[in-house]
Design a protein around this ligand. Structure first.
Ligand code: NAP
Length: 248
């Protein structure tokens, strides 16, 4: 398991769910892993220990991905600790659902800032290092909701659709420097984020999925291993759906 051997990866929002699975899969493939968390401090500290147990270099940073200044500092700290950055995974995300008529400005701004502005913050901060070494893989976590829309998630869908446009633009801007930028659009993945949903909504989603099951965080992490590794050296500007065929 050495697909990522020697590569330094930074993953945002890895204290739980999909981000945590990506951190563990990357470490199993030999990557050194830096990751962020915000409110789940104990889980973040526990993950750092678990990763170190896999024999790679690992460090957790408590950092708000939506804060532009904090993102710059995070990148400087990561480079000071790891030397270079090869893979950036913009995974941090939240939901603040509600029908548009009842959606507050705080619900809108909160989701746009954490889900979309964070991707700008971290990608911009990493780009100067990627450009210097003429190598880099950026993986942005969008969602099938950003492709299809979802009633009650206008803020979330807009943030995730924004990530798709951002990903394709960055791929066009930076391809000549051998910097790749792709997005992953998970469908219904069983994490704390989806555990909040009503049981009937979950049952309806499962029934509509051709593979007839919810996805696991590792299903998404495996796609990240592909995009982070040199197996995908000729893949950029793409949105890979990891959704059990949900939108097919
Ligand atoms: N689960 C799904 O079905 C699904 C489907 C499509 C897309 N996605 C996307 O996949 C990503 C991960 O989702 P998940 O299901 O794993 O969610 P989750 O279990 O709720 O985990 C979210 C992670 O993001 C971190 N986070 C939240 N706000 C942050 C901030 N401001 N700065 C840094 N980290 C922050 C959280 O850290 P703390 O707890 O430490 O604050 C946590 O580690 C999200 O972008 C989500 O939109 C998920």
């Amino acid at each position: 398991m050495t697909l990522l051997k020697g590569k330094n990866a930074l993953i945002t929002g890895a204290s739980k769910g999909i981000g945590r699975a990506i951190a563990l899969r990357f470490a199993q493939e030999g990557a050194n892993v830096g990751f962020t968390y915000l409110s789940s401090v104990e889980q973040g500290e526990a993950l750092a220990k678990e990763l170190e147990g896999l024999g790679i270099k690992a460090k957790g940073y408590r950092s708000d991905a939506s804060d532009h200044v904090a993102a710059e500092k995070l990148m400087q700290d990561f480079i000071a600790d790891f030397g270079t950055i090869d893979i950036l995974v913009n995974n941090a995300g939240i939901t603040k659902d509600g029908l548009l008529m009842r959606m507050s400005e705080e619900q809108w701004d909160g989701v746009i800032n954490v889900n979309l502005k964070s991707v700008f913050n971290l990608t911009k901060a990493a780009t100067k290092f990627f450009m210097k070494q003429k190598y880099g893989s950026i993986i942005n976590m969008t969602s099938v909701v950003g492709i299809k829309g979802n009633a009650g998630q206008a803020n979330y869908a807009a943030s995730k659709a924004g990530i798709v446009g951002f990903t394709k633009s960055v791929a066009l801007e930076l391809g000549s420097r051998n910097i790749r930028c792709n997005a992953i659009a998970p469908g219904f993945i069983e994490t704390e984020m989806t555990a909040k949903l009503d049981e009937k909504v979950i049952a309806d989603w499962r029934n509509a999925i051709p593979l007839k099951r919810g996805g696991q965080p590792d299903d998404v992490a495996n796609a990240c291993v592909f995009l982070g590794s040199d197996l995908s050296a000729y893949v950029t500007g793409q949105v890979i759906q990891v959704d059990g065929g949900m939108l097919t």
